[in-house]
Write a protein that binds this ligand. Structure first.
Ligand code: ZN
Length: 256
């Protein structure tokens, strides 16, 4: 499995950058994960959008979904032109309803499913998750604390990638991330910003601490406020994690 960072900024990008977006590839499967501002153009630097297997969005904040509107036109046009046959499977939260309905209405491009309608799996000692199969990959969606319905996501094939989405501290997220080969975690601020983050996001130190508790193999931080010195983010995260961390940047490609 391989993950390529398309965008790592929130809620607006640095010059030439993009907001949340990741390309996840495993064998013949290609998933566009998160579609923040500018991420679609970055996606097209790496893959032909006509070949996407699915698109997945964790929650409906603009810096995570608005480029689905680019994708819609691209896919609908490809279908009209005969270069893509079927609509693209799209998995998104079912709320806020007006955004869900708008996307689900683009039947020329998308075959949309709401996370909440996916089957639920719960094992003893593990949090309940919504589960989707995308080809040979198993996707597990865990509700996380954020001002709108939001999910963390595990993508499991031979390797296990866990993505935090946007979240405040969550013990259940640490359970979902347990033993992950790669944990892609938001780090929206520094310890001194706790009041501003207001229990909506993780600080870099919390991201590191959560990853340490989960015992993840590698920690990649993302979702950075553009005005920060990222070395401050790194320092706080590494003090929480106890090991070196990786900072996301556009074009960074990692084998999971
Ligand atoms: Zn958000």
């Amino acid at each position: 499995m391989r993950v390529t960072v398309l965008g790592c900024w929130a809620p607006y990008p640095r010059p030439g950058g993009a907001c949340s977006g990741y390309l996840v590839e495993d064998g013949n499967v290609t998933i566009y994960l998160e579609a923040g501002h500018g991420s679609f153009g970055k996606l097209c630097c790496h893959v032909d959008f006509r070949r996407l297997t699915a698109a997945v969005v964790s929650h409906f904040h603009a810096d995570h979904w608005v480029d689905l509107l680019c994708l819609r036109h691209a896919v609908a046009g490809a279908r009209r032109g005969g270069t893509r046959g079927s609509p693209l499977p799209l998995i998104v939260p079912g709320a806020p309803e007006e955004i869900y309905r708008r996307l689900a209405g683009y039947t020329d491009a998308f075959a949309t499913r709401a996370v909440e309608e996916l089957p639920v799996a719960s094992r003893p000692g593990e949090p309940a998750v919504h589960v989707a199969e995308v080809d040979h990959l198993r996707l597990e969606f865990l509700p996380v604390p954020h001002p709108v319905p939001a999910y963390a996501l595990a993508i499991a094939g031979r390797r296990r990638l866990v993505f935090s989405g946007d979240t405040a501290w969550s013990d259940e997220l640490a359970q979902l991330a347990a033993g992950a080969d790669l944990f892609l975690c938001e780090a929206s601020g520094l310890a001194g910003d706790q009041r501003v983050l207001n229990d909506r996001h993780l600080t870099a130190g919390q991201a590191g601490d959560l990853a340490r508790r989960a015992g993840v193999r590698r920690l990649v931080l993302t979702h950075f406020w553009p005005e920060y010195d990222l070395e401050d983010i790194r320092r706080e995260a590494e003090s929480g994690f106890g090991e070196p961390v990786i900072l996301a940047r556009e074009g960074l490609c990692l084998e999971v």
